[in-house]
Design a protein around this ligand. Structure first.
Ligand code: CR6
Length: 816
């Protein structure tokens, strides 16, 4: 707690406030449930953050400074209460206050439902970035959508994934959010474009036939020890009552109806796809709604602060988190051209100096394209503007590479092979002053494979900013014992200066420190084992290696490669009398997109294998497999501190960065991984001895492809692998249902093994054997674990944000 906050916190006043909030919720202190008390606590705390939020909003210094606007369709913020207490420096004081009311703070915090407004890494990254912006006081506003239902809740029925809606807001409302009706906007859809004449000029004007109100809800992003609270502004779609009549009178009502989409369901659900473009009309409507409301709000703030329109790029920068908010570019152009009546060149000069774009994937199925016909119908004026942007861009390409049709074809914003499609990534690169990938390797591949022509046309525009994670949530809050140990050794500054962790390296060989460090790990493993016992009724040996793969279920992430290794361990335990291994618990947690059949089959297979192994008395506690359902931020906070081994085993070239890899290394887990994404940089930091690298690298993958890859040949040449695969076809794991796991077998055999699981299997097993050997040397293992924690300071999202600030955004910190 900072001295100022210590002074400001009045315990008895806070207790009175909590009881008042409880009463307003209709409960009496002697009969209230834990949940009621949690709501009262949240509301009492939110009073403070709301006043800081409003104060930040009115801060003249911020208004006169440059801000970043982080536009993202996803913010996977996780529970806010515990995190905000840490940021406010009030955790201990509030624990004390609630205990005087007869309550336990951790029990109260457990009552909060995660706001799961994101799918995976991309949404969580946005949340970590907001945390780091506020901590370092770089002026920022986050803009997202206020989904009524977050990412679905997952459960298993006989091993198969079931999805249920996630109504994350309590019926009483989420205590941390504040609705801001005075800041609402009206967003149009459909309709037509009219030509208007004024003072001898003609202008184009869009006349939408459907209008929806955008209602903003602000969540407070509380800066760690910084007295700064920035808004995360989430737009909710609401019906505009008078509209139906207007449109009806104008004879255009059928059009609005045809859309079979009304305001009520615009922001109902988050699309549950990670790294996959679903291409649904409602999704494009969400994207435009989000972009248009955010652009309007940014312009409102800019003009209200007294700045000239032409000065927009000096005061506001707009970061596009992936291509999902790309339509903000033509939207800003439309407003500048049609509403403010600037000429094209002036408008383009403003827009193209305002936007910057982050690419998060090379996967072709995730690179968004929208049919020109759909955009022309939904957003007719925007389609005209996109054509004009492309027309002028093609002239630029012609000037640089005269008569080069091939260059124009790859660079064009319009893909005209087949149905004409708008390539959102191309539009982003054309309309942005900076483009970045999210890890060094990924950014190189963006330049080399995805956008080589853009890189030649605009040298320097494509940059790298390696992702990061906030050490407040991902160490200080989720791993209090390790945090205290670190603070005892190096003081309390590290959560804001993560590079300081390096000082811990000097204790790596200190046997006393090793013991304390591993005791902390042990307690975290016991906490996780307790959770597993309580919720899944599986008893775990906490001396075992806790081997963890937690992330979205995706073929490219290769959970099925991990599964094949698990099966091979099981078979060796049964069949090889001399086989010895350190006990292991293999943890999985992953949601599969509801429409992704193979991903669901992999989940089913893991569950069936787990059931068989866990109930086979011959195995004892040598091997257990645990699939933790409903993976979410609050679950990650329990699993990550308990991990010994972190599985980062994507096929090289496919995982843009990964961020779970950073979280587990920071908490003292050793990575087993391919040379992919940020694994490459983790290896650089921790050194070869403290990470287990295996498998083909990016060049190895392309060489193998060129040679011609035959998974069947690998299958026939490796008995261990063959036996593991064959067991998927018989009844070993699905008694009475042979063939139930065939889809997984087929995905690597029949379908040509697109992610090279079989090619990498042998080396993966070799790396796991190394882990097994090293884990048995407790002191060596402790040394490696300590060095992981000590040497990954680079991966603080504070550093990522400073990279953005210095190399892209050019912001000044405004200290409050
Ligand atoms: N799925 C990448 O796949 C990266 C995050 C954040 C992802 C992942 O490697 O760490 O973004 N990409 O940059 C997309 O969502 C498109 C992800 O989370």
């Amino acid at each position: 707690m900072t001295p100022k906050q210590q002074h400001a916190f009045d315990k008895s006043a806070f207790k009175i406030s909590m009881v008042q909030h409880l009463t307003q919720l209709g409960h009496a202190p002697d009969t209230a449930q834990l949940r009621d008390w949690y709501l009262a606590l949240g509301r009492a705390l939110a009073e403070h953050t709301t006043s800081d939020l409003v104060a930040t909003e009115h801060d003249q210094a911020i208004k006169q400074a440059k801000s970043v606007n982080y536009l993202s369709l996803e913010f996977l913020i996780g529970r806010l209460t515990g995190n905000n207490l840490i940021s406010m420096g009030l955790y201990d004081a509030i624990a004390d206050a609630v205990s005087e009311l007869g309550l336990g703070l951790t029990d109260l915090l457990e009552q909060e439902r995660d706001p799961s407004l994101g799918n995976g890494g991309l949404g969580r990254l946005a949340a970590c970035f907001m945390d780091s912006l506020a901590a370092q006081q770089y002026p920022a506003v986050g803009y997202g959508l206020h989904y009524e239902y977050g990412l679905f809740r997952q459960s298993f029925h006989e091993g198969a994934q079931q999805e249920a809606p996630d109504a994350w807001r309590e019926p009483e409302g989420y205590p941390w959010e504040l609705v801001r009706p005075e800041l609402s906007q009206i967003i149009g859809f459909y309709g037509h474009v009219e030509v208007v004449e004024e003072a001898g000029h003609t202008y184009r004007q869009w006349v939408p036939s459907l209008k929806i109100q955008a209602m903003p809800w602000d969540l407070p992003i509380v800066g760690y020890q910084s007295n700064t609270v920035y808004p995360l502004r989430l737009w909710e779609g609401r019906a505009l009552t008078p509209f139906a009549l207007d449109a009806f009178n104008a004879g255009d009502y059928t059009h609005a109806q045809q859309a079979d989409i009304d305001a009520g369901n615009l922001t109902k659900v988050l699309y549950p796809n990670d790294n996959h473009d679903a291409g649904k009309t409602l999704r494009l409507m969400q994207q435009y709604f989000h972009s248009a409301a955010s652009v309007a709000d940014i312009l409102r703030r800019h003009l209200e602060a007294g700045h000239a329109l032409a000065a927009l790029p000096e005061y506001e920068t707009i970061q596009l988190n992936d291509t999902h908010p790309t339509i903000a570019i033509p939207e800003l152009m439309r407003v500048l051209l049609d509403d403010y009546r600037l000429g094209w060149d002036e408008a383009w000069s403003i827009a193209s100096r305002t936007f910057a774009y982050t690419n998060h994937t090379l996967l072709p199925e995730a690179l968004e394209t929208w049919s020109e016909a759909l955009i022309a119908r939904l957003l007719p004026r925007h389609m005209e503007i996109i054509f004009e942007i492309n027309h002028r861009f093609m002239q630029e390409v012609e000037a640089k590479w005269p008569d080069d049709v091939a260059k124009k074809q790859v660079l064009s914003v319009i893909d005209d092979k087949g149905e004409r499609m708008v390539r959102m990534a191309n539009l982003c690169v054309v309309g942005s002053y900076a483009v970045n990938g999210v890890a060094a390797l990924h950014s190189q591949l963006v330049k080399r494979d995805l956008f080589p022509e853009f890189d030649a046309l605009y040298p320097g525009r494509i940059q790298n900013v390696t992702n990061g994670i906030t050490p407040r949530r991902w160490l200080k809050f989720c791993n209090p014992d390790l945090s205290n140990l670190i603070s005892e050794k190096i003081g309390e500054q590290w959560p804001a200066q993560l590079e300081q962790l390096e000082q811990i390296a000097q204790y790596a060989d200190d046997t006393a420190f090793q013991k304390i460090f591993m005791d902390v790990k042990k307690r975290n493993k016991q906490r996780l084992a307790g959770w597993v016992k309580e919720h899944l009724d599986i008893t775990l040996n906490t001396d075992a290696i806790f081997d963890v793969q937690i992330k979205r279920l995706h073929e490219y992430k290769r959970q099925h490669l991990n599964l094949l290794h698990v099966i091979s361990l099981y078979q060796r335990l049964l069949n090889e009398p001399d086989f010895d291994m350190a006990p292991r618990v293999v943890f999985f947690a992953a949601k599969a997109a509801p429409g992704y059949e193979l991903a669901k089959s992999i989940i089913y297979a893991i569950n069936k294998v787990a059931e068989t192994i866990n109930n086979d008395p011959r195995v004892g506690d040598k091997l257990k497999v645990v699939f933790i359902p409903d993976y979410r931020v609050s679950m990650a906070e329990i699993i990550i501190p308990a991990a010994d081994v972190s599985e980062q085993i994507s096929m090289a070239g496919k995982e843009a960065s990964g961020t779970g890899n950073m979280k587990m290394a920071l908490n003292g887990a050793l990575t087993i991984g391919t040379m992919d994404g940020a694994n490459v940089e983790i290896r650089e930091e921790v050194g070869d001895d403290n990470i287990y690298i295996f498998g083909l690298d990016v060049d190895g993958v392309s060489e193998l492809r060129q040679k011609g890859y035959q998974p069947e040949a690998v299958y026939h040449s490796q008995p261990l692998l063959k036996a593991a695969l064959d067991s998927l076809l018989d009844e070993t794991f699905t008694p009475g249902q042979p063939g139930a796991l065939r889809p997984v077998f087929d995905s690597v055999m029949g379908s040509g093994d697109p992610y090279l699981c079989l090619a990498d299997f042998a080396d993966y097993v070799r790396a796991h054997n190394d882990i097994d050997r090293d884990y048995r040397d407790a002191s060596q293992w402790a040394r490696k674990a300590i060095l992981n924690t000590a040497l990954v300071g680079k991966f603080s999202s504070d550093r990522s944000i400073r990279d953005y600030v210095n190399n892209i955004w050019q912001l000044e910190a405004i200290k409050r």
